[in-house]
Design a protein around this ligand. Structure first.
Ligand SMILES: [Zn+2]
Length: 282
């Protein structure tokens, strides 16, 4: 599943080429998670603005020279989505859409193509980020991991109010967005916190260490271009290198890099949790 670093890597890959490009045609294939919510032809001729990200959503603002704002497209990669940017060239046309290419933005500069075999991804039009459906979809998201307003004290306050295991709370995105399964496992290892520990039992200093570990894990993943997941590739088709650096994720039975004990795997909420029982305390 594409996690926040992969989505941010994707954003960085498409932001430059899309900024100022003119949308010629928006083509949709098989139904995605939610309907577009507007007749695609209405958007023809609009120009794309600066692509932003909130959680794992990308926002592609649209505008017209005369009338100004034309809303925008909210994109989500779902479970298995990836975006490819195919620049327009004078001599060749892009390869035809494959069976899992379910959305295409044809612009004057090239083609942005969403490949999504499982179709949990989405392309949704919204009049603005402050209005439905965008506002509704974004309303439940917790703070961005690198938002300076997310202080250790604020993070700890959310932990104190929840009795769920800390791993589950991280996955929910309520305390901070972006710590999906891989990064939650890695951050908890780095902070020395057992994944099953109840969130409200975590002290302020440990919460501060955990927030720093979440930030560190996500920034390393960003530097490495996201994780090498089954089907994640950045917009140029290159997989990330993060997973090769993981300390515990995907390493069941292998030696903990800190103490040498075998890394354990335990299902929690239908996701595999990897941890070291001696380094990560309750
Ligand atoms: Zn260990």
């Amino acid at each position: 599943m594409p996690e926040l670093p992969e989505v941010e890597v994707t954003r960085r890959g498409i932001a430059g080429p899309l900024q100022g490009a003119q949308l010629r045609v928006l083509r949709l294939g098989k139904p995605l998670r939610w309907p577009l919510g507007i007749e695609p032809a209405v958007l023809a001729g609009t120009r794309l603005g600066s692509v932003t990200r909130r959680g794992k959503y990308l926002w592609l603002p649209l505008g017209r020279a005369a009338e100004g704002d034309a809303g925008g497209l909210l994109l989500h990669l779902g479970m298995s989505g990836s975006l490819a940017w195919l620049p327009a060239t004078a001599t060749t046309s892009p390869p035809p859409a494959g069976p899992h290419d379910h959305a295409e933005l044809v612009t004057d500069r090239g083609l942005l193509r969403l490949n999504d075999p499982r179709r949990f991804g989405a392309v949704v039009w919204s009049a603005s980020l402050a209005e439905a459906p965008a506002a509704t979809l974004l309303a439940r998201l917790g703070p961005e991991p690198f938002d300076p307003a997310l202080t250790p004290a604020r993070f700890h306050a959310v932990l104190k109010s929840r009795r769920t295991p800390i791993k589950q709370l991280l996955l929910s995105g309520e305390a901070v967005v972006g710590a999906g399964n891989i990064y939650a496992c890695e951050a908890l290892f780095e902070a020395g916190i057992h994944p099953a520990l109840r969130a409200d039992r975590i002290s302020a200093p440990r919460a501060e260490r955990l927030l720093a570990a979440v930030r560190g894990t996500l920034s390393r993943a960003l530097e490495l271009g996201g994780s090498t997941l089954r089907d994640f590739a950045d917009v140029h088709g290159v997989g990330g290198a993060y997973q090769a650096q993981a300390a515990v994720y995907g390493r069941e039975g292998l030696a903990c890099p800190r103490c040498g004990a075998p890394v354990r795997r335990r299902p929690m909420g239908q996701r595999s949790t990897y941890f070291c029982a001696s380094c990560q305390r309750r």
